[in-house]
Design a protein around this ligand. Structure first.
Ligand code: SF4
Length: 87
């Protein structure tokens, strides 16, 4: 299984208010309270919640429905939608 090709744009971490599953991370303006805006990195990366781990979410909820490559493609479509919406 290839790793998810995250380009570390940080947009998912800056829009946690858009999904019910990540809303608990919202610091009040839609950005995750653990997101370091300057570096665009996660300040708790090694200990980030399971909802932030694409491979873990795949194992837990989607591996019986999609092949990994299809799941990656669907997630990348969300990345692209965020990039179009936010830039
Ligand atoms: S915990 Fe880390 S990976 Fe998860 S949304 Fe926040 S900054 Fe992003």
């Amino acid at each position: 299984m290839q790793p998810f090709p995250c380009n570390q744009c940080g947009l998912c971490c800056r829009n946690v208010h858009l999904a019910e599953e990540t809303r608990f991370l919202d610091r009040g303006d839609g950005t995750c309270r653990h997101h370091d805006v300057a570096s665009k990195r996660c300040a708790i990366y090694a200990d980030r919640p399971e909802i932030c781990r694409v491979d873990r979410q795949y194992e837990l909820h989607y591996s019986r429905t999609y092949e990994w490559d299809v799941f990656v493609k669907l997630n990348l479509e969300v990345c692209e939608a965020l990039q179009s919406h936010c830039t």
